[in-house]
Design a protein around this ligand. Structure first.
Ligand code: 6PG
Length: 251
């Protein structure tokens, strides 16, 4: 039985606004309870709107000095490359909020030695979050994820080695169809998160979303199905266009 909350919104603005407000609520609870909040950002284009809301109308809702920013994945490009997930977040969120460098935990996916870069990132996660609970895999407070038209999430692409990673929290993942090796958090780390949000917008994602949520389990073909956080706090923020192929959900 898959456990998740599915929220369907009229359009991308509403979906992004709802996700931003839900993120703010969790951040405030975490900062009030523990004085800190660890957030793994999603890459791609969808989260752009959400990040602009956080840095704009919602900026005064969170004490950003207590927030540690991580990335769920990164492309093998320098941080100032137009393709960089770090650059997109820097422009829309981190610079506008004046987040200090020491709270920006960037994946060095441009490194020549990608395995070393993955290990370095794992060490950084461990240093900042500490290893807590069973198996010492730390729990991020909130992970933001997108969904590709091929049902990938983070850089967990169909039929790639990272899908079956059972030991490491961060890996260098060769993605043949992109002719690239990307860095990505592993399903194991992602599923330790206290909260996981998917933000999915647009008709081009509708077939993948329907297969992931309503189709048979086939994680090699539909990697987003691997995301089943132990906390069960898994929320999908989708717009009607992306939800248009769902059979069970009310629109
Ligand atoms: C990336 C992302 C990836 C993204 C999806 C959706 O590095 O590309 O981490 O998982 O979330 O590809 O991308 P869009 O939001 O651009 O559709």
């Amino acid at each position: 039985m898959r456990k998740y909350t599915l929220n369907i919104y009229k359009d991308p603005d509403e979906a992004s606004r709802a996700a931003a407000e839900a993120l703010v609520k969790i951040a405030r609870e975490s900062l009030t309870a523990r004085g800190k909040f660890s957030l793994a950002l999603a890459g791609g284009n969808t989260p752009r709107r959400l990040y602009q809301l956080l840095a704009g109308p919602l900026r005064d809702e969170v004490v950003w000095s207590g927030v540690e920013f991580f990335w769920g994945d990164e492309r093998p490009v320098p941080p100032d490359d137009p393709e960089s997930n770090y650059r997109m977040a820097r422009e829309t969120l981190l610079d506008p909020l004046q987040i200090p460098e020491e709270h920006r935990h960037r994946m060095r996916a441009e490194a020549a030695d990608k395995d070393a870069a993955a290990q370095h990132y794992q060490d950084e996660i461990s240093r900042v979050l500490g290893a807590v609970g069973s198996g010492d895999t730390p729990a991020l407070d909130l992970v933001l994820l997108g969904l590709g038209p091929d049902a990938h999430t983070a850089s967990l692409f169909p039929a790639t080695p990272a899908l079956i990673e059972s030991r490491r929290w961060v890996v260098a993942n060769p993605v043949r169809k992109l002719d690239a090796v990307r860095l990505t958090m592993s399903p194991m780390l992602l599923n330790r998160a206290a909260h996981v949000f998917f933000i999915v917008e647009g008709a081009e994602k509708a077939p993948a979303l329907a297969e992931v949520l309503e189709g048979p389990i086939d994680t090699q073909r539909l990697p987003a199905q691997l995301i089943r956080p132990a906390s069960v706090n898994l929320v999908w923020f989708v717009d009607q266009a992306a939800a248009s192929k769902l059979k069970k959900a009310k629109k």
